[in-house]
Design a protein around this ligand. Structure first.
Ligand code: SF4
Length: 282
């Protein structure tokens, strides 16, 4: 599988600060699926998108918590519209008291009443920030623009209509903003997990890109031992799995805005995801 970058796409990536000269020309532009996209041994800063705790904690399994188990069983039966309504009305954790809006997700239009959008790509971020909370939409502002530009360079868009292979759906692990953009708490992640799980089950994307440490932990906690103590850079460059759907891990765009040197790695991660998304399904 190859990704051929035309001059316009290369110019766009250069505009974003992403070097493309390290990419082999034409036939080998994209790293092979499963191959490491590491440019150098990764050093991950403690704060990638938010104020990270010294020892970040992944949420434990929803089944370990009675409230979460109850919610999970109800939510697991919902269609897309009921799920969205349920998020709008949710008061399962304390974030409902300080949010201005819930942030369910954005992307390709629903395929019909009650049906999920048809999008091959799912981008999973962490939690709404101030602008997302105000607008009720994930990945807005500068970080959102950077994400959109990177997706555009791959021929993808959150606004794509009717072409699943070019369509992206974007959501966060947490649907409500933690006050002051603090880190999500384990209890909040636990309570919100059934919504994420059901969204993925209904969307059935071909590829998931986990952006940031809390997205990585939430999606890989059942498949990667001790993921909560692993730096994100250690998990880059490989394909993982969430409920049978391939997952690629990369940096959050908000972190990339502060760490320009990591943009090339994020680009390589997206190329890895593209190669996996285009591969025939197993
Ligand atoms: S963050 Fe999730 S669990 Fe908490 S109130 Fe919002 S929707 Fe409900």
């Amino acid at each position: 599988m190859t990704l051929l970058l035309d001059p316009r796409q290369r110019a766009m990536l250069a505009e974003m600060g992403v070097r493309t000269d390290f990419l082999p020309a034409a036939s080998s532009d994209v790293p092979a699926a499963g191959a490491s996209a590491e440019v150098a041994p990764a050093k991950v800063h403690r704060s990638e998108t938010r104020h990270q705790p010294a020892t970040p904690q992944a949420p434990s399994s929803p089944s370990a918590h009675p409230l979460a188990s109850l919610a999970a069983s109800a939510v697991s039966e919902m269609d897309w519209d009921a799920l969205a309504q349920s998020v709008r009305e949710c008061q399962a954790c304390g974030l409902c008291k300080t949010r201005k809006n819930t942030v369910f997700g954005v992307g390709a239009p629903a395929a019909g009443p009650g049906l999920a959008p048809r999008a091959d790509w799912l981008i999973v971020g962490e939690a709404p920030g101030e602008n997302e909370d105000l607008q009720g939409e994930p990945f807005v502002g500068q970080a959102g623009r950077l994400l959109d530009n990177m997706l555009k360079a791959l021929g993808l868009s959150r606004q794509a209509q009717g072409a699943p292979e070019a369509s992206v759906y974007i959501l966060n692990v947490l649907k409500c903003r933690p006050p002051g953009n603090r880190n999500p708490q384990p209890e909040e992640l636990l309570q919100c997990a059934p919504f994420l799980e059901r969204q993925v089950a209904l969307l059935q994307p071909k590829i998931i890109v986990a952006m940031g440490r809390f997205a990585m932990q939430s999606l890989l906690k059942d498949t990667v031992p001790q993921v909560e103590s692993m730096p994100l850079g250690k998990l880059r460059g490989q394909i993982y799995s969430y409920r049978g759907i391939p997952v690629v891990v990369t940096y959050h765009p908000a972190y990339l805005l502060r760490s320009l040197a990591e943009k090339a790695k994020a680009w390589a991660d997206l190329c890895l995801a593209l190669s996996r998304a285009r591969r025939p399904q197993d």
